[in-house]
Design a binder for this molecule. Sequence first.
Ligand SMILES: NC(=O)c1ccc[n+]([C@@H]2O[C@H](COP(=O)([O-])OP(=O)(O)OC[C@H]3O[C@@H](n4cnc5c(N)ncnc54)[C@H](OP(=O)(O)O)[C@@H]3O)[C@@H](O)[C@H]2O)c1
Length: 262
Amino acid sequence: MTTDQPVKSPNAATCSAALVQGAGRGIGLALLQRLLADESYPHLVATCRAPQRSRALQAIAQAHPRRVSLLTMDVSDELSIARAADQLVGKVGTLSLLINCAGVLHEGSMQPERRLAEIDPAQMQHAFAVNALGPLLVTKHFAQFLDRNARSVVASLSARVGSIGDNRLGGWYAYRGSKAALNMFTRNLAIELRRTCAGVICIALHPGTVDTALSQPFQARVPEAQLFSTERCASQLLAVIERLESADNGRFIAWDGSAIPW
Ligand SMILES: NC(=O)c1ccc[n+]([C@@H]2O[C@H](COP(=O)([O-])OP(=O)(O)OC[C@H]3O[C@@H](n4cnc5c(N)ncnc54)[C@H](OP(=O)(O)O)[C@@H]3O)[C@@H](O)[C@H]2O)c1
């Protein structure tokens, strides 16, 4: 699928609202833009820490005032997640797609560790709060909106480096560990949510290496063909999501649809 084709979900008849958590920039913003082109989602909900500071989100909301809702949400603060969920009650019927995008690899003085001596407990806790606990808490508060009878997808952006089986280089303790925890949480959710939502599919997604602020300091050795634009990434991830079947529940899947070892 190319990025300029309009998208049409094969499940268009059953799609309700889609929520992109972490839509203010990077991959999340590109996913939101791509979903806007998908006529099958009547309502789109976009969250980030400060929607008023994202020019892109403001422009989208102004251009689509009835279709797009912006919510303030810091995934490291459960109260802000709960408040955002409360604001949705009565506003969207059900969600057929929830995508967790927020993630942190570096931030201010926080850098991925190259060796054991660089482990910093506060930075480790921050990585786990945003990368692992954040998506779990978002799902805790927004699972109430998932359709109990129709197909719905809960997708969390993980990373191949969170694979334990695929770890050949070491380092990046906080990022690797928190994404591995996210993967385990995804598997747990896949089991638990099925008990109440028969059509739910919970997955962890690896987007590939994507040209965003997160990967920017580490792009030098990435071959050009392997560095995806955010537009291409969004197109690829939504194509994977659209093709998901019931049996994919609880899987860790790459941008091209291939399975990644846990
Ligand atoms: N880029 C890559 O090559 C790559 C590779 C593998 C996996 N991933 C994963 O893909 C996801 C998106 O990454 P990206 O490349 O788009 O990164 P990015 O451009 O750096 O964006 C990071 C996103 O995380 C959000 N965020 C950070 N801390 C947050 C918090 N406490 N509460 C709410 N939101 C928070 C940011 O929201 P604000 O706008 O509110 O700051 C922003 O939307 C991440 O989970 C990342 O681990 C990316």
